[in-house]
Structure formats: structure tokens, C-alpha cells
Design a protein around this ligand. Structure first.
Ligand code: F0G
Length: 349
């Protein structure tokens, strides 16, 4: 279907005759069957939902297209968000496309290089604060109350509306909801959105069941697991380096209503899953995306019986966004003289 996201799922979205059907080519992302991890974890069928294939390289484009369309509908001239990098890249892209002034607030030193490059090249005004994401979000909330600027973090309900379409696509592709969804959790908007999407599709008769939602935080940034905010969150997965998630309640509801879990994985587990995904599956997700996969591996190791089950892991963002982590985690680069014998030796022939 060559139709844009807002049009394709318009019956499930808050679209009116005044909503501009903007697009930068978002959504309709591949659902790719696993080759290796499926056997290792004992799933009957395991799929990766490649949200990394969105135009700005993350799932954020789904929610952003809806939020920006509604901002335009209400005649807003400017948008603003706090971000660990992906929301800002997406806001900057749609802001550029639609001629809106775009302001983004990011935590200094804790945003992957590719994401920063994206926001800058799309032409956003990027402001780096000497603080973390949670502090940035509270400043953005105050500023968007004070000035005529639309907040485009997932506190904006239109973000969740757009993001829930990923659940629709999974059901449309499989013909039924999967048994389990493994997903990283940061600010908790995405798990909230998926749960809403699966619920609406079931209600519409598009599926008969609902998946268990299996959310994973990084161990150093696991407020929902600990049951209290974390004032100084830490993890290599900077995208989910969040200590006080805005959609905390939504994540708890997804967990409890689905019979799933919100658990944590260590940075070591995240990096192991990140490398395995790239080197054994050919799927290059960013470290935060690997948190969901690490969660699947952890559950399988703890004897969660997945035989006969269909499982989907959400690959939320593209590994290219974080070249520093990739260069530190991959194979060593071999440098040799421009000489046949030297190259042969490096090849190990
Ligand atoms: N994966 C990636 C790649 C992300 O960028 C994020 C969140 C998540 C997972 C977690 O999703 O917040 O809905 O629970 N990134 C936000 C940002 C915080 O600013 O880009 P969530």
C-alpha cells in the first residue's frame, strides 16, 4: 500500500477533515523472521520489528507525524521536546518538513553522535543542558506552558496515538497478535502505545488475543522495576537513560493487564544482545533496542517456556546512530600496507 500512515490507519486515529496528511515516508516497517535467536530461545516463531527502518532511524516518526499534524491543524508555529536523541531527530525532521520552528533540549554528553548530527542538520535549535533527560523534560513542560510552543514529547497524547500503529502493523502482518512482545522501556510512551494499539485492534475484531508485554529497562536506569525514581540514571544505552518516566502508569497498566513484566537487564547483557543481533542476525539496532532482545535472552535462560509461542522483539532504533558504541564493540579494524601478501595474511589465508 502506497498510502501514508495517517491515511492508512485514519479510522483509528484522531484525524479530522482539517488534519494535514503529512508524511516523510514513516512506518510500514519490516517484520523480519529470526534465524538464530529463535532456536536459541526456543520460540516457535521469533520476529524483529525493524522500527530502525523509519526515515529518521527510529520508531519516533510514527508518533511525531501525528503530533506535528495536530500541531499544524491547531495553527501552531513551533514545537519543542526534551530528548535522549531520537525524539529530537524526529521532531527536527518533521519541523523542517512542515516549516515549524523546532527547539530541542538534550542532556549534555549523553546523546549518541548520529542523533545530535540529525537534529542539527535538519535545522533545529539544539540546546544542551548540564543535566539529565528528566531535568530537560521538566524544563520543556514549563516552557511550553509559558510560550505558544507545542510540546511534542509523549506527554502529548497524539504521540501515543501515532505510535500505537506499530501494533496494528504487527497484527496485520501476522494475521493475529503475537503471544509476547519484548520492548525496551525508557520514558515508557512506547509500551503504553503498543498496549493501546493491541487493545483497539482486538476490540475492532482484527485479532482474537492480546500479547504479554515484556518491557525492559537498563539496570542503572530502572525506576519502574525499583518502584521509585532514579535521580542519576546510568547506562550505555543512552536512549533509555531515564530516571522518572512520564508514562510510568501506562507501563504498569500494560504489564498488569497483559500478564507481562517490567524487568531490567545489565549493560553487559545489553551489549551482548547488541553484538549478537548484528553478528548473528544481520540486524544492527542501537544499544537501547538490544535491551528488549537481552530481556528475551534473560527470560529464556530463566526457563520461560516459549515453545509454540510467537514472539516479536521491537528494534526501536538504528545502530548507525551510535557509531562510538559500534566501534568499541565490533571486530577490530585491520590496517595493512597496500600489498597483496599483507592483505592475504590479514585475511588469514
Ligand atoms: N528505544 C529507543 C531507540 C529510544 O530512543 C527510546 C526512547 C526507547 C527505546 C524507549 O521508548 O521512551 O517510549 O519508553 N527515546 C526517547 C527520546 C526518550 O528522547 O528519543 P520510551
Amino acid at each position: 500500500m502506497g498510502m501514508c500512515l495517517l491515511n492508512r490507519y485514519r479510522d483509528f486515529l484522531p484525524i479530522t477533515s482539517a488534519t494535514p496528511l503529512i508524511t516523510i515516508g514513516e512506518a510500514n516497517t519490516p517484520l523480519v523472521r529470526s534465524r538464530k535467536l529463535e532456536q536459541e530461545t526456543g520460540c516457535s516463531e521469533l520476529y524483529f520489528k525493524l522500527e530502525s527502518c523509519n526515515p529518521t532511524g527510529s520508531f519516533k516518526d510514527r508518533g511525531m507525524v501525528m503530533a506535528v499534524a495536530k500541531a499544524l491543524e491547531s495553527k501552531s508555529r513551533a514545537i519543542m521536546c526534551a530528548s535522549t536523541g531520537n525524539t529530537s531527530a524526529s521532531a527536527a525532521a518533521f519541523g523542517a518538513r512542515c516549516g515549524l520552528a523546532t527547539y530541542v533540549l538534550i542532556p549534555k554528553g549523553n546523546i549518541a553522535l548520529g542523533k545530535l548530527a540529525q537534529a542539527l542538520v535538519y535545522g533545529a535549535r539544539v540546546i544542551s543542558i548540564d543535566g539529565n533527560f528528566d531535568q530537560a523534560l521538566s524544563i520543556v513542560r514549563a516552557l511550553t506552558q509559558k510560550h505558544p510552543i507545542t510540546l511534542v514529547n509523549s506527554l502529548n497524547p497524539f504521540r501515543i496515538e501515532g505510535q500505537k500503529t506499530a501494533a496494528f502493523e504487527i497484527v496485520d502482518a501476522l494475521g493475529e497478535a503475537p503471544d509476547y512482545v519484548f520492548i525496551p522501556v525508557g520514558n515508557a510512551g512506547n509500551i503504553t502505545a503498543y498496549w493501546k494499539g493491541f487493545g483497539q485492534y482486538k476490540q475492532a475484531g482484527k485479532s482474537r488475543k492480546m500479547p504479554k508485554m515484556m518491557g525492559f529497562q537498563a539496570a542503572g536506569a530502572a525506576p519502574i522495576v525499583l518502584g521509585k525514581p532514579v535521580s542519576q540514571p546510568r547506562t550505555i544505552a543512552t536512549a533509555i537513560r531515564i530516571g522518572n518516566p512520564a508514562s510510568w502508569q501506562g507501563a504498569l497498566a500494560a504489564r498488569d493487564e497483559s500478564g507481562g513484566v517490567i524487568d531490567s537487564v545489565t549493560d553487559e547483557e545489553i551489549l551482548a544482545a547488541y553484538k549478537l543481533l548484528a553478528s548473528k542476525e544481520g540486524v544492527f539496532g542501537e544499544p537501547a533496542s538490544a535491551a528488549g532482545v537481552a530481556g528475551l535472552i534473560k527470560c529464556a535462560q530463566r526457563k520461560l517456556d516459549l515453545s509454540g509461542k510467537k514472539v516479536v522483539c521491537i528494534i526501536t532504533g538504528n545502530g548507525l546512530k551510535d557509531p562510538d558504541t559500534a566501534l568499541q564493540s565490533g571486530q577490530p579494524l585491520l590496517e595493512v600496507p597496500a600489498d597483496l601478501a599483507a592483505v592475504e595474511q590479514a585475511m588469514g589465508c
